[in-house]
Write a protein of this length. Structure first.
Length: 197
């Protein structure tokens, strides 16, 4: 059937974070000063309390030899959604809104050229960096400065990947910049990587 091979997965992440610097409360609001009270942090910003980081639900139909078309969508809910949310996706959040993001939504296809060229079209996580958004797959719970402040989280565009046998794979693509769904200029950005195993 058309749904054969459909996979569903997900995870929930909640944490308690203690800040030994004990940020002082803002005298007007009673809250810590600034929008991010633990300075220099991206995902672990709330000091001395519990944070509902994320509940993620993934639906995926991978490409197979029998079916060269597939898709994936990652629904992302919780405090971390406001951190990774792309510009131009949905309406701007207002006070009281639940934090929600479509972290990934793309279609995949395999062209029977050589060993097979895999295409990905839509919104997908970046190829860049050693760390990832999903905390269970990240070696560093609090994430590094490089991950939080100097690389993109997601891209919207098209990627093409080609296997290099036992050596690895090569990927190249054209995207709307980074962390942006609706392009805000006439230029496109190029992205790529070479993975060696």
């Amino acid at each position: 059937s058309g749904l054969e091979g459909l996979a569903m997965s997900g995870y929930a992440d909640m944490s308690y974070i203690y800040n030994f610097a004990e940020p002082s409360p803002n005298s007007t609001t009673g809250l810590s000063s600034g929008t991010r009270s633990s300075r220099g942090r991206v995902f672990d910003t709330e000091p001395n309390g519990f944070t509902q980081h994320v509940f993620e639900l993934v639906l995926e139909k991978p490409i197979t030899d029998q079916m060269p078309l597939g898709f994936r969508t990652d629904l992302f809910m919780g405090d971390d959604a406001s951190v990774i949310k792309s510009t131009g996706l949905g309406r701007p959040a207002t006070a009281g809104d639940a934090d929600f993001d479509v972290q990934q939504a793309y279609i995949t296809a395999r062209a029977p050229i050589g060993a097979g060229i895999d295409f990905k079209v839509g919104k997908f996580v970046t190829l860049l960096g050693a760390e990832v958004i999903e905390s269970p797959a990240n070696w560093n719970f609090s994430r590094s400065y490089m991950f939080g402040f100097s690389i993109p989280f997601t891209h919207t565009g098209i990627l093409a990947s080609y296997p290099l046998g036992e050596w690895g794979s090569a990927t190249a693509g054209v995207v709307n910049g980074w962390d942006i769904v609706d392009d805000n200029n006439k230029a496109k950005s190029l992205i790529g990587n070479l993975t060696l195993t």
